[in-house]
Design a protein around this ligand. Sequence first.
Ligand SMILES: Nc1ncnc2c1ncn2[C@@H]1O[C@H](COP(=O)(O)OP(=O)(O)OP(=O)(O)O)[C@@H](O)[C@H]1O
Ligand SMILES: [Mg+2]
Length: 376
Amino acid sequence: TKLKRAVIERVSTILNKKPFEVAKHPVGIETRVHDVKKMLENGSNINGVHVVGIHGMGGLGKTTIAKAVYNDLGEGFNGATCFISNVRENAGQPNGLVNLQKQFIEDILKEKNTFLRDVAQGKNVIKDRASRKRVLLVLDDVDNIKQLDALAGGRDWFGSGSVIIITTRDEGVLLAHNVKQDEIYKPQELNEDQSRALFMFHAFDGEQPQGKYVQLSNEVVAAAGGLPLTVEVIGLLFSDKKNVQEWKDTLEKLKKIPPREVQKRLKLSYDNLEDLEKKLFLDISCFFIGENRENATYMWEGCGWFPNAAIMVLVRRSLIKIRVINKMDEKYELFEMHDQIRDMGRAIVDEECSRKLQKKSRLWNNQDSWDLLQRK
Ligand SMILES: Nc1ncnc2c1ncn2[C@@H]1O[C@H](COP(=O)(O)OP(=O)(O)OP(=O)(O)O)[C@@H](O)[C@H]1O
Ligand SMILES: [Mg+2]
């Protein structure tokens, strides 16, 4: 029975850690994974712990690379692996950092429902218990040194041979945490061939364009640039364009927005939605990220809206994602959204009426809600 239990335990740890889907249609991922692995080998490796920070702007593919590296290395760690997603967002929730520490304890130390009084206690537990373990830890989207202090406070917290990967938009956070220059990976944007491949996949469902669309596609690719998130969203936007004139009009709009204005470029896809789709999109970006589709649907149906077809459009355009989870034999569908796209949605709500709180259609920010409630 001992052997049986050991086998079951081993299999279930492996099964519970299914590899991530890296991207719908990954391009150029192998070279990026290769670069990170080389850096892990050749970096400073203080205390035998290999650290790589992945730094770059939103939508560049940092999370995607981190997932691919995690998938690639994961099996070598005997189940002692942990991928903490959206650290920035989650750490900002009530008890956020403690909950992330609990995730570490559950995934790596295999202890469920540990009671932690506060972050300081969590740090002690992790430090004491992980220091002789060889772990693979990904901290995705970190924006504050406190998050690193709470989850990977020092290299002596982990056993020799451990791998820590941190993604961030802010290089300063890495430097403040003593990540060395030779441990910071700055991925390049996609080159033109890679952008074209990604665009074609989304715009033509992987088929080759014909006739006038060949030249038009080349122009769109040139205008879209190499930021994977924009290439994906723009590709899906064009996939809904039915004729040459519509292609030309949308291309002209795209050309007018400078490449760095990512939100404005993403907004082209929003502008092209029907009214109901827009309303649902804004509701999700303000209130329903990580929430159950069913609950939101009750609310929308209460407004007399029939949301299902519109939700499918938003998914097809990559403006939202739906994650299916199974909990206690029940299936839940949760809404997800890329943080850049969420910020675009919230900015639209803010701009509707920037001065008068009471005129805003949605109050997503706690401070705004509080201010408004206090007035009456
Ligand atoms: N190499 C790639 N091939 C195909 N798609 C990609 C690639 N890199 C990124 N993407 C897609 O682009 C989008 C943005 O990527 P990702 O979420 O990894 O960016 P990020 O750098 O983590 O952004 P943020 O800083 O906002 O978290 C995702 O939808 C992802 O699937
Ligand atoms: Mg990310």
